[in-house]
Design a protein around this ligand. Structure first.
Ligand SMILES: Nc1ncnc2c1ncn2[C@@H]1O[C@H](COP(=O)(O)OP(=O)(O)OP(=O)(O)O)[C@@H](O)[C@H]1O
Ligand SMILES: [Mg+2]
Length: 281
C-alpha cells in the first residue's frame, strides 16, 4: 500500500510575471494525517494547494499522487478532482452557480452519481454546514462567512479522500469556526487526509497531527505541533506567534521543568487539568 498520498520532489513554480512562489520544494505527505500548513503572507501556501489538485502545473519538479506522477489531461484531472477537494482561500473564486443549493450540487453531479444520491449528499452537506436555510439564496448576496460555509459544503458533498482547505476559518465567527473544525474531526478517518492552511496558531496547535511551515517558497519545518513552537528562528521567519496554551504553560513551568516537551498541554482543558493535578501556580 502507498502510504504517501503526495510525494513532491523539487517543485518550483514561477508565475507569468516572473515571481518564484515555490522554490525547489520537496515534501512527503502521509495518508490519514491532519496537517496544518502555516507560514507568513506570500510564503507560497495557496500556490502549493493549487498544485495539489492540478490547478497549477509545476514549472519544474514532480508531484506524485498515490504513487503516480500527476498528469494534466482532462481524464486525469477529473479523476484527481474526484479524490482531492479544495476549499479556496477566496470563496468568490469557488462559487459561481445561481444559488446555494445549485452550487453545492455542481461537484457531486459531475461525479456521475445518481440524482437521488446527489440530492441526499447535498442535503446532508447543507445540514452539516448549517446553510440549509439559505439554499435558494443567490451566492453573491451571502456574507463572507456564509460563502465559506457553502464552499465547504460543496467539497463535503463530494466526500473526497483528500481535503485541501485554504484558511477555512478566516471570516468565520467563533461559533462557526468551532463547528467547521468539529466537522473536520468528524470526517477524519485513516483513509482521509486533511491539509489546512491557517494563520490561527491556536487552532493549528490544538487540531493538527503534524505541522508544516512554509517561508519564501520552501518548507522550513515538518513535524509535531509542539516542537515548532520552541524554535524561535522558525517562528520569526514565518511570522508565527506561540499558541496561548503553550505560552501560558511555559510561563507556569519556567522555574520547574524547563524543556519537557512531551508534557506540554495542547488544549485549554489539558492546561487546566495540569494546573489542578500538578499544582503549578
Ligand atoms: N497569479 C499570480 N501571479 C503572480 N504572482 C503571484 C500570483 N499568485 C501569487 N503570487 C505570488 O506568489 C507568492 C506566493 O503567494 P501565495 O498566495 O501562494 O502565498 P500564501 O502563503 O498563500 O499567502 P497568504 O498567507 O497571504 O494567503 C507571493 O509572492 C505572491 O505575490
Ligand atoms: Mg494564501
Amino acid at each position: 500500500m502507498e502510504e504517501h498520498i503526495f510525494n513532491i520532489e523539487g517543485l518550483t513554480h514561477q508565475y507569468a510575471d516572473g515571481t518564484f512562489a515555490i522554490k525547489d520544494l520537496s515534501i512527503l505527505i502521509q495518508q490519514g494525517k491532519k496537517i496544518a500548513l502555516l507560514g507568513n503572507n506570500g510564503a507560497g501556501k495557496s500556490t502549493l494547494f493549487l498544485h495539489l489538485n492540478g490547478l497549477l502545473q509545476p514549472t519544474s519538479g514532480t508531484i506524485r499522487f498515490k504513487g503516480k506522477k500527476m498528469k494534466y489531461d482532462r481524464k486525469a484531472l477529473l479523476s484527481l478532482r474526484k479524490q482531492v477537494g479544495i476549499v479556496f482561500q477566496d470563496p468568490d473564486s469557488q462559487l459561481f452557480s445561481a444559488n446555494v443549493q445549485q452550487d453545492i450540487s455542481f461537484g457531486p453531479m459531475n461525479l456521475g452519481w445518481d440524482r437521488n444520491v446527489v440530492h441526499e449528499k447535498v442535503q446532508w452537506a447543507m445540514d452539516q454546514t448549517e446553510v440549509t436555510e439559505m439554499k435558494d439564496k443567490p451566492t453573491h448576496f451571502l456574507s463572507l462567512g456564509q460563502k465559506k460555509r457553502v464552499a465547504i459544503a460543496g467539497v463535503l458533498a463530494m466526500e473526497p479522500d483528500v481535503w485541501l482547505l485554504d484558511e477555512p476559518t478566516a471570516g468565520l465567527d467563533p461559533y462557526f469556526s468551532r463547528q467547521i473544525m468539529a466537522l473536520l474531526d468528524s470526517i477524519h478517518h485513516p483513509d482521509k487526509t486533511i491539509i489546512l492552511s491557517t494563520h490561527d496558531v491556536n487552532l493549528a496547535y490544538q487540531w493538527a497531527d503534524e505541522v508544516v511551515v512554509m517561508n519564501d517558497g520552501k518548507v522550513i519545518y515538518q513535524g509535531d505541533p509542539v516542537s515548532v513552537f520552541h524554535d524561535e528562528d522558525i517562528l520569526m521567519k514565518a511570522h508565527l506567534e506561540k499558541p496561548w496554551v503553550f505560552e501560558m504553560f511555559q510561563a507556569l513551568l519556567q522555574s520547574r521543568i524547563p524543556g519537557e516537551k512531551e508534557l506540554v498541554p495542547r488544549t485549554k482543558e489539558e492546561l487546566l487539568q495540569k494546573i489542578e493535578t500538578e499544582k503549578i501556580y
